[in-house]
Write a protein that binds this ligand. Sequence first.
Ligand code: UFG
Length: 344
Amino acid sequence: MNVLVTGGAGYIGSHACQRLLRSGHTVVALDNLVRGHREPMKLLGADDPSVPLTFVEGSVGDGGLVAGVLDEHAIDTVMHFAALAYVGESVTDPVRYYRENVRAGVALVDACVASPRVERFVFSSSCATYGDPPEGMVPVPETCPQTPTSPYGRTKLMMEHVLKDVAHACGLEGRAFRVAMLRYFNVAGSDRTGVLGEDHTPETHLIPVAIQAALGKRDHVSIFGTDYPTDDGTCVRDYVHVEDLIDAHVCALERVDPGVHAYNVGIGRGYSVREVLESVKRVSGVDIEIREGPRRAGDAVALYADPSRIHAELGWRASITGLDEIVRTAWAWMSANPDGYRGG
Ligand code: UFG
């Protein structure tokens, strides 16, 4: 397949490029480098003419640029990762989120529909579209009501609606447009060969924050709330390894039927914040300082997936379900690259 990977220079997008290249696909990565990095593109061989990876710096909202890329590279498949993805930032700067995630996303879909070759579209959606699931709906099935609690979650839900309507209209015209909307839970870890990693500025996610503390780059980790109605009082999340997540995308490319399909991508069990911190201590061998702090606004209490639909329909299941195994991959890259990609 000739695959356009938007956000290809970002954490998850770069792992997708790596996996697609390994499977023999031709890849064009499009990224505006606002949150992504040039280094993973170099590491994957974008400067090497023998590697079928082309890096294009630009925005998915640039319709002319995207149309040119789709045409020039005979793209038949699009994986759309490019987006802003900080829940807190989306609350303070919602217009930026609607502009980058929705307006630019619609421009991308527009260009894809206008290009007759594009047949498959995989969209990075989020468990944030569920908001706080009602009682009895955790583990969360895809049928859970989608009532996001943040602008970020709403931008992802809006794009789901856009894709549903577009896939429906394509069906009316007799065009086979296959859309998979993958609702990610908490993506974590990194490439097991140690080439790619997670490098966000600022870093807010629990596992990399705890690892930064183990590396001495922060003096402590705060637990955001210890009075939740869970076994140990801290929030529970479903941590899915980034390579398993990308495998779910590949399953979607290969197997998804025409029309639009939503799938949860998670391991199907939850770990608490305290369990994650214990795992980082075990893996790093460092007794990181933990401070118990107040709740963070907008956090759901417990959010983990019921991944049975993706297993039944696409045959995907997470291969890594142990926290230590996930944390070990993150630790390996971050301890080898304590300054991230900038450290060379
Ligand atoms: N947490 C801490 N201390 C920290 C960082 C996080 O206690 O320093 C806690 C959070 O309160 C939360 C858990 O660790 O309970 C996980 O937090 P993350 O920030 O790592 O991840 P979130 O669950 O907030 O966010 C993830 C994705 C988002 C997605 C969201 C949906 O990263 O993209 O799930 O709920 F929108």
